[in-house]
Design a protein around this ligand. Sequence first.
Ligand code: 4NP
Length: 157
Amino acid sequence: MASADTKKALFICLGNICRSPIAEGVFIKTVKDSGQADKWEIDSAALGSWHVGNHPDYRALDVMKSHHVQYSNRARQIKENDFHHYDFIFGMDEENMRELKRRSPKNSKAQLLMLGDFDPEGDRIIRDPYYDDDSHGFEKCYQQSTRCCKVFLEKHS
Ligand code: 4NP
């Protein structure tokens, strides 16, 4: 249930079918597993419009399933109001961050953060695995997201 002290996090990538759904699913699970589900509103979205309405890429779904991360959302595109609604908007790489900054309205409330900056192993860039011909990049995205979401949540609990 949303209340005045609900914290809001939005995960962004280019297409919202590979990296940001994994990061969103992982953060939802991390928050639930730490008993804080009622304190967070969590979503993900795309910078581009190509995949709006689609399920995640099957490789993202497979990786989430293999780690018991439930996921049923479909892709949507980021909109101006997201910058006023969310407290934290996460990009996956430097290109995402540049584009988020470019689209951010002057009076935006959201802190724009690169998810990889929370990685205790210092692997800062969550690389786009969409054009890969296997699923290793998706598993890597899951592992990075898991480490980063844990550290971020510890800092904001
Ligand atoms: P994502 O991956 O940004 O991690 O969802 C991509 C998915 C689709 C495309 C690019 C990146 N695309 O160009 O269609």
